[in-house]
Design a protein around this ligand. Structure first.
Ligand SMILES: CC(C)(COP(=O)(O)OP(=O)(O)OC[C@H]1O[C@@H](n2cnc3c(N)ncnc32)[C@H](O)[C@@H]1OP(=O)(O)O)[C@@H](O)C(=O)NCCC(=O)NCCS
Length: 170
C-alpha cells in the first residue's frame, strides 16, 4: 500500500463520517480492547460487552458531539476505514497542567500495519491537541503489548507510573 492512499479524517457529529464508519469503528473498538485485555492479564476483571453495542454507539456519539473534548480520527483508504485514533481532553482538577491529552486508543487493521498509518494518525492527533493548547499526553499500555511499547517509545513516550490493581469481586 502506498501511504499516500491513506487519508486521515476527523469524525464529528455533523460531517457525515460517523454514519459511514461507526459500524467498523465499534467492531474494531471491541477487537482492540479485547486484545489489550488479553495482553494485560493482571487486570483480569476488565471486559467489554458486545451485547452493549447500541449503548456504546450512543456513548461515542455523545463523545464526538463534544468537539473541544474529543478527537476521533479515522484513516481511510478510499472509503474503507483502516485505523483510528481516539484522543480525549482529560481534566486534571487542581493540577498543573490542568488539562492533558489522554490517548484512549490507537489501532490499525493488521493487514495495514508497519506502513506508518498509526504514525500519521498519531501526528494528526497531536496536532489536534496542540491546536487546543494541550501539550502533555498520556496513555495506558498493556504490559505484554510489545508493539505498543515499541511504537510509543519510538514517539518519545516514557514509562512514568505503574498501575496497581486489586479485585475483591468476581
Ligand atoms: C501499535 C500499532 C497501532 C502500530 O500501528 P502501525 O501502523 O503498524 O505503526 P507504524 O507503521 O506507524 O509504526 C511506527 C513505528 O512504531 C514501531 N512499531 C510499530 N509496530 C511495531 C511492531 N509490531 N514491532 C516493533 N516495533 C513496532 C516501529 O518503530 C515503527 O517504525 P518502523 O516500521 O519504521 O520500524 C498497531 O500495531 C496496532 O494497532 N496494534 C494493536 C493495538 C495497539 O496495541 N494499540 C496501541 C494501544 S496503546
Amino acid at each position: 500500500m502506498d501511504s499516500s492512499q491513506i487519508h486521515i479524517k476527523l469524525v464529528s457529529s455533523d460531517n457525515g463520517l460517523w454514519a459511514q464508519c461507526y459500524s467498523w469503528f465499534l467492531d474494531t473498538y471491541f477487537l482492540a480492547v479485547e486484545d489489550e485485555i488479553k495482553k494485560g492479564s493482571a487486570r483480569s476483571w476488565r471486559r467489554v460487552d458486545r451485547s452493549q453495542r447500541d449503548e456504546l454507539k450512543k456513548v461515542f456519539e455523545n463523545l464526538i458531539s463534544q468537539k473541544d473534548k474529543t478527537c476521533l480520527l479515522i484513516a481511510f483508504e478510499g472509503d474503507q476505514p483502516r485505523g483510528y485514533f481516539l484522543g480525549i481532553v482529560k481534566d486534571c482538577v487542581a493540577e498543573i497542567p490542568s488539562m492533558v491529552g489522554y490517548i484512549n486508543g490507537l489501532y490499525v487493521d493488521p493487514s495495514k500495519r508497519r506502513q506508518k498509518v498509526a504514525s500519521r494518525l498519531y501526528e494528526k492527533g497531536i496536532q489536534w491537541f496542540q491546536e487546543h493548547e494541550i501539550f502533555h499526553y498520556e496513555l495506558y499500555v498493556a504490559l505484554e503489548s510489545q508493539e505498543a511499547h515499541q511504537f510509543w517509545s519510538q514517539k518519545g513516550f516514557v514509562l512514568s507510573e505503574q498501575v496497581m490493581n486489586l479485585s475483591l469481586k468476581k
